[in-house]
Design a binder for this molecule. Structure first.
Ligand code: NAD
Ligand code: AKB
Length: 330
């Protein structure tokens, strides 16, 4: 334990809010935790994960969401009143161990919702475009539509959405959720999903000038730049409760593109960049998802509007990662 419980009371004073991030060391958690700390103050945000942070993360506790007693202790000791529950096993990794994925993704959420009910904790639960399946309309997928996913990850997230809605209707838990598209970020690597290619490609473009993509060239998927994802999350969580009409999960859109279109955009900056294609088992997962999303409920309920399109996101990714690889977009 990097941070002892006695100190918790001293550092996390009873000023609002007192936030717990579960799964804070992942692709989104790394950036979201920093954003929450910038917004609410470092001591107001407790980061937790089963992985240790690479850099000194403070305050931080090791926490496995499956250890119900430990989750309860942390919530009580730190007097937590908001939980961002990010811990999950994603679509590709999930297929290697379906029962573990169900356990972490669904039972982990139920632990959070039970505590939220008992202690009036506000909850953020990230859902995903993986809730859609082959019977969902592929283009301009509406908010209310068929949800028959074919991955265990998707099944666990649809179930999670339904449980969130249930806890809100039955127990008035203030739980809020977004169906994130594939998230594109430069700060941290993705954690075992089907949309991971859209991050890996930037690293390889700058490091080696070429990339072998595990999806077909024409596989169009919804994506979102990390800055938009973080802003959407904070805006949703700060919106007045009476504006939140959807308690399962909001559709959220940023951009949609294929690997071929992304590679063309990268070539504008790195003309010699080469892409090749070797589809693997993730192709079938991607083919079962939709290609573009209607997010009119998020726009009208709490004012959502994305800021990044393919062109702007590509420039930003190459600029940021260019600093890491001592290169920059031409
Ligand atoms: P990630 O895999 O990068 O991070 C998940 C984190 O959860 C990891 O740090 C992992 O160590 C932790 N974790 C795993 N099992 C745990 C357990 N038993 N107890 C505690 N922590 C555990 O995932 P991410 O991309 O950061 O995703 C965060 C959330 O957002 C997930 O719920 C995911 O379903 C959702 N989401 C992500 C994307 C995306 O493109 N990244 C898209 C849609 C939804
Ligand atoms: C995945 O590909 O599994 C995630 C997601 C879209 O939920 N990035």
């Amino acid at each position: 334990m990097l941070y002892c419980r006695g100190l918790a009371r001293r550092y996390l004073m009873p000023s609002e809010p007192r936030i717990l991030v579960i799964g804070a060391i992942g692709q989104i958690g790394t950036v979201l935790t920093s954003a929450l700390r910038a917004h609410y103050g470092a001591q107001a945000v407790l980061a937790t994960d089963i992985k240790k942070p690479a850099e000194h993360e403070y305050p931080f506790e090791m926490l496995d969401i499956l250890n119900v007693q430990r989750v309860r202790e942390i919530v009580e000791d730190y007097k937590i009143n908001q939980i961002y529950h990010l811990a999950a096993i994603l679509s590709a990794s999930g297929e290697w161990n379906p029962m573990k994925t169900w356990n972490v993704n669904l039972n982990g959420l139920l632990t959070v919702l039970e505590l939220a009910k008992e202690r009036e904790i506000k909850v953020f639960f990230p859902s995903t475009i993986a809730v859609f399946g082959p019977t969902t309309p592929r283009a301009h997928t509406p908010q209310h539509t068929a949800l028959l996913p074919e991955t265990v990850y998707g099944i666990s997230k649809v179930s999670g959405e339904l449980w969130c809605n249930y806890y809100h209707k039955r127990y008035h838990v203030d739980v809020r959720s977004l169906r994130y598209p594939g998230i594109i970020s430069y700060q941290s690597m993705p954690g075992g999903g089907t949309t991971d290619y859209a991050v890996e490609i930037f690293h390889e473009a700058l490091k080696t000038g070429k990339y072998e993509c595990f999806l077909r060239s024409d596989t169009k998927l919804p994506m979102l730049y990390i800055d938009d994802a973080i802003r959407a999350t904070l805006e949703l969580m700060e919106a007045p409760a009476q504006q939140i009409h959807i308690r399962s999960s909001y559709n959220l859109a940023g951009m949609s593109f294929t690997p071929a279109e992304l590679s063309q955009e990268i070539k504008k900056h790195i003309p010699d960049f080469e892409i090749s294609y070797k589809p693997d088992f993730r192709q079938e997962i991607a083919d079962s998802w939709t290609e573009s999303i209607e997010d009119n409920y998020a726009r009208s309920d709490w004012g959502w509007k994305p800021a990044f399109d393919l062109e702007k996101m590509t420039f930003e990714m190459l600029t940021q990662l260019g600093k890491v690889y001592s290169n920059s977009p031409k």
